[in-house]
Design a protein around this ligand. Structure first.
Ligand SMILES: Nc1ncnc2c1ncn2[C@@H]1O[C@H](COP(=O)(O)OP(=O)(O)O)[C@@H](O)[C@H]1O
Ligand SMILES: [Mg+2]
Length: 299
């Protein structure tokens, strides 16, 4: 299962019941359209992923009345956003940091019109990050829009925004299982950041249970990945965590017998000052998150 992601519940059953035509990955859509300007030194052109899980949804016309007029004018196309939910039912695991780096990857590296939704009802730190960056004079990529909670209905909001963006990254927060659930009902991909500690691993099971329930209501394919973050290779923790996630003892895994491995990404996000100090800045060095997204997009 390593690096492959786990299709969440209901997907296979739905596929049998109502086969859907092959769908485009946003990178494909993007490649079929005009190439974006290379914005930063680290920008790399998108490559057609191997063995990409095919994704899509209904294509609708871009709403001319959108309040993101500049963005819409710049793209003036119809999109069907690839929706990435960054979630884990626990605070402080690295969701907001991951959501920002992933959003920057889609906006700057892939050049897609990207929406970062701060759906954390408690702390709204993804939106604060944006406010601080703006106040401190950082240039926010023109194709990156950041919006914050409250949303009356997050699933409906995501649905409404799909046609305007190539990618939507949702920071689902850690405090509300309901919000997390609703966001996953619209997700194409779920990314669960987890630090290599026992207390965080324990929360993974509840997170996956909730995600499975939500996936059963998702009309698309949704694939889940666990990503080890804050890994300090000077300790034995990352190695131990990896073993426990990939070869769980009964009761500590997923699946009907709770003994199946978690879908752990190969790419590890290390515990670096770079990430600790990134809040309120627009990092130009996405490093490990770039590798992570390439790995997941190729899976
Ligand atoms: N890879 C990392 N290495 C070191 N510190 C990190 C890393 N990712 C996040 N952090 C730090 O961990 C804390 C919690 O991160 P945050 O992204 O706010 O988590 P969450 O949104 O899940 O509450 C913050 O202080 C952040 O700077
Ligand atoms: Mg947060």
């Amino acid at each position: 299962m390593t690096g492959r992601g786990r299709p969440l519940a209901g997907r296979a059953e739905r596929a049998r019941q109502s086969p859907t035509p092959p769908r485009c990955h946003p990178q494909d859509s993007f490649a079929a359209r005009a190439p974006p300007p290379r914005r930063c030194a680290y920008a790399t052109p998108p490559t057609a992923p191997n063995n990409t899980r095919l994704l899509s949804g209904d294509r609708t016309h871009v709403n001319e009345n959108t309040r993101h007029k500049t963005l819409t004018a710049a793209t003036a196309r119809v999109w069907d956003a690839f929706v990435i939910v960054v979630g884990m039912l626990k605070g402080g695991t690295g969701k907001t940091t991951s959501a920002w780096f992933i959003a920057l990857y889609y906006a700057v590296v892939l050049g897609l019109p990207t929406l970062l939704l701060d759906a954390d009802a408690t702390s709204q730190s993804a939106y604060d990050w944006f406010k601080v960056a703006k106040a401190e004079g950082f240039e926010i990529p023109a194709n990156l829009v950041i919006e914050r909670y409250p949303f009356d209905d997050i699933a409906e909001y995501i649905r409404d925004k799909r046609a305007e963006f190539g990618a939507i990254v949702v920071d689902a927060g850690g405090g509300s299982a309901k919000l997390f659930h609703e966001a996953v009902t619209e997700a194409n991909r779920l990314i669960v950041p987890v630090a290599p500690t026992k207390i965080e691993r324990r929360k993974l099971i509840a997170t996956f249970d909730e995600a499975e329930r939500a996936a059963a209501r998702n009309t698309r394919d949704v694939t889940a990945h666990v990503v080890l973050v804050k890994a300090d290779d000077r300790t034995s923790l990352p190695r131990t965590a990896r073993g426990k996630l990939l070869e769980p003892v009964e009761g500590e895994g997923i699946g009907p017998d709770r003994d199946e491995p978690f879908p752990l990404a190969e790419t590890v996000i290390h515990s670096w000052v770079h990430y600790m100090e990134a809040f309120g800045e627009i990092p130009t060095e996405l490093s490990e998150y770039g590798s992570l997204m390439k790995e997941l997009n190729a899976a």
